[in-house]
Design a protein. Structure first.
Length: 365
């Protein structure tokens, strides 16, 4: 009996060593590299790249070997002295991974997640190349205003296509590492109707992932502050230091546009003339705007209010991205607007430019 137990245990060890646990081998080439140059395998911690391993290029190739419990997004970086460096991300997972690092068409193939990711990367690279060509053509001083406007629309269409590719990549792969990685990188572009069905499909292995935890919390807040829901109240201070609540303005019969913005936000400042126009047009038609600033510096906030001709009520806690109102409404990018009717019911979110003007004309006719 003891001998049989030993043989079964030995067989199990042998099977493990010759299955997916045999580890990874990453082999690659780099365009323009020379023998003796160093390649780094890195991870991201916070917003910094942190070196995990290094390899020296020999006979034109580099190799990394090791074992990986689960597939993880990692970076390869190459920064030779006196030359422009290269960087690409891929999935470090057990198996044989083939890397080609070059300026425009880097690739990582050979394992399940990398093959999926590479197919998505190829689509994005093609769209990015088209955008680059259009951007270069727009520097032609001979272009008419109409031609420049047409090219701008082409750029916008390509940006939308890139987002479509990313969203498709997420929905089709949410049960694997690729979909989860794409979700973590792009969740702020998805609305609650797109995000909510994805949450139960995220593998349990990510249950302790800080970003995934934050996304799930945000989805619950988005559901609570979605179109059709009653507004969520919060309180902050005016530029003069007076404590006010959102409910001082909302739910009292007026249509209210809550504008999340900041003095340091370029897109917010560019959108502000549109709000100034809307306020001038509708402020006497039972309409109000309430600005919620994600500023940190009170002086910068007050200066922007004056310079941008903002004449509607303002509030802030000067907590930057930890702004309590922004967290309650799951605001992950600014400018962001929330339109609320006279009874305090949310009518729309994320309206800007012409789309906002059209909605206001509809509501305040």
């Amino acid at each position: 009996m003891k001998k049989l137990t030993y043989l079964l245990a030995a067989a199990a060890v042998f099977a493990a060593c010759n299955s997916g646990n045999q580890g990874y081998t990453v082999t690659g080439t780099i365009e323009g590299a020379t023998d003796g140059d160093t390649v780094f395998l890195q991870t991201v911690e916070g917003r910094q790249l942190v070196k995990l391993d290094s390899a020296v290029i020999t006979n034109g190739t580099f190799t990394f070997k090791g074992t990986q419990d689960t597939a993880a997004n990692r970076y390869l970086t190459y920064s030779p002295a006196g030359a422009e460096g290269m960087i690409m991300d891929f999935f470090l997972e057990n198996g044989k991974i083939n890397i080609k690092l070059n300026g425009k068409s880097s690739s990582a193939t050979g394992t399940a997640n990398n093959d999926i990711y590479q197919a998505i990367r190829t689509q994005l690279n093609e769209l990015d190349s088209q955008m680059e060509n259009i951007y270069t053509s727009m520097t032609d001083t001979a272009l008419t205003d109409q031609q420049r406007e047409a090219k701008g629309k082409e750029m916008s269409a390509l940006e939308s296509k890139m987002m479509e590719v990313a969203k498709a990549g997420i929905s089709q792969n949410i049960t694997n590492a690729v979909g989860v990685h794409l979700l973590k990188s792009n969740y702020y572009y998805l609305d609650v109707k797109e995000l909510d069905p994805l949450m139960p499909q995220i593998p349990a292995t990510y249950s302790n992932d800080a970003t995934i935890i934050r996304i799930k919390e945000n989805v619950e807040k988005m559901k609570a502050t979605a179109v059709g829901q009653k507004f969520t109240d919060f309180e902050m201070q005016t530029p003069e230091g007076k404590t006010v609540k959102l409910s001082d303005y909302v739910g009292n019969g007026k249509t209210v546009l809550v504008d999340f913005w900041a003095s340091w936000c370029g897109p917010c400042r560019r959108e502000m003339p549109n709000l100034v126009e809307a306020y001038a047009k509708y402020k006497n038609k039972n309409f109000e705007i309430v600005g919620v600033s994600l500023d940190q510096n009170g002086d910068s906030w007050k200066e922007a209010i004056d310079k941008l001709n903002i004449t509607w009520p303002q509030m802030s806690d000067l907590k930057y991205w930890n702004n309590e109102g922004a967290k309650l409404y799951a605001v992950s990018s600014i400018p962001h607007t929330v339109l609320i009717d006279g009874d305090g019911i949310i009518l729309a979110r994320g309206l800007h430019g012409e789309e906002l003007q059209e909605k206001l004309a509809e509501v305040l006719k």
